[in-house]
Write a protein that binds this ligand. Structure first.
Ligand SMILES: [Zn+2]
Length: 340
């Protein structure tokens, strides 16, 4: 099969589109022909080098395609079905997995991070990862869903326990997590303030349902949040930007508010005045992916059309280096998808 394979860490030039051996599926696995694989910032981090990544490596977390073959122990799926893949690897036998907390499993990792991903034509994968999709959902749209919608859903529900009527600040409306978080928070009847970097992105954030929008390059997020909320602040901040916005995110919280973070795109070292944390009784929560139960729950809303994936543009897999350069430019609004 063809694959985009990397044998060393570095810039986009370390990715090579070439022939590699086909995977050999086990009898309890399903073989997928990959049609679309959406990119995430994780692809860039892994390409540059993360601990635990073995070389050679194949990137790609968000995969949609068609079943070509099912092992003899898989009785409820058939070749030809259109599917997406749960973007994670877990043991499916430890106490955490069996309690439905797959993202706390000791073997837990994201497809394309600790294990090979979907920047290739064929994938052999466990039955539990394979989720049929409705005909109404295209492969590019389906591939744009799993990682970011699961991440945002877990942040808002599993971690921050959002309630109707609360106000949520979503950083980076043009990012995958931002696009998902705006829609999920609105679906759960919260008021949403989103931030974006230019007027076009702000307008798109409003189209997704954001009630208010802040230009995070021209306005101070904390000051604008105070103005919008009549000095009250927000109940929940959805963070993934890191260093560049952390202080403003903290300032935006009302007393007793919750900041939940799933990333550090602009850097991971933040400073914090502990007196601000305890005197305002703030909660700081980490969040990583989500559970299989949450994935099935959020997908119901996607399949029914209440939550909409946003595709920015597609690249053929053989242009994977151009796709990486485009993602690094941060010009997109929505997902960049590789096609096979
Ligand atoms: Zn486990």
């Amino acid at each position: 099969m063809k694959a985009a394979i990397m044998r060393e860490f570095g810039g986009p030039e370390v990715l090579h589109y070439e022939d590699v051996p086909d995977p050999q599926p086990r009898q309890d696995q399903v073989m997928i022909r990959v049609k679309a694989c959406a990119m995430n910032h994780l692809d860039l981090w892994v390409r540059k080098g993360l601990p635990g990544v073995k070389l050679p490596h194949i990137l790609g977390s968000d995969i949609a395609g068609e079943i070509v073959e099912v092992g003899q122990y898989v009785t409820d799926l058939r070749p030809g079905q259109r599917v997406l893949l749960a973007p994670m690897h877990f043991c499916n036998r430890c106490a955490q997995c069996l309690s439905g907390r797959q993202n706390m499993c000791r073997e837990f990792t994201v497809l394309g991070n600790g294990v090979d991903g979907g920047n290739c034509e064929l994938m052999a994968i466990a039955r539990v990862n394979v989720i049929p999709i409705p005909d109404s959902l295209g492969f590019n749209e389906a591939a744009s869903v799993p990682l970011v919608f699961l991440t945002a859903f877990h942040m808002l529900t599993g971690r921050a326990s959002v309630r109707p009527g609360q106000t949520v600040l979503v950083l980076g409306a043009n990012s995958g997590v931002g696009i998902a978080a705006i829609q999920i928070a609105k679906l759960l009847q919260a008021t949403v303030i989103a931030t974006a970097g230019d007027p076009q992105k702000m307008e798109k954030a409003r189209e997704l349902g954001a009630d208010y929008c802040i230009n995070h390059y021209q306005q101070k997020i904390g000051d604008e949040v105070r103005r919008i909320t009549s000095t009250a602040g927000v109940d929940i901040v959805i963070e993934h930007v890191g260093e560049a916005t952390w202080n403003q995110s903290m300032k935006s919280l009302k007393p007793g508010g919750t900041l939940v973070t799933c990333g550090a795109t602009t850097g991971s070292q933040i400073g914090m005045d502990l007196r601000f944390l305890f005197s305002r009784q703030l909660s700081l929560l980490g969040s990583y992916m989500g559970t299989m139960g949450e994935l099935h729950e959020v997908l119901k809303h996607v399949f029914s059309g209440r939550l909409k994936p946003v595709v920015d543009r597609t690249f053929p897999l053989h242009d994977v280096t151009a796709a990486h350069r485009y993602l690094e430019s941060s010009r997109m609004f929505g997902k960049v998808v590789l096609n096979l």
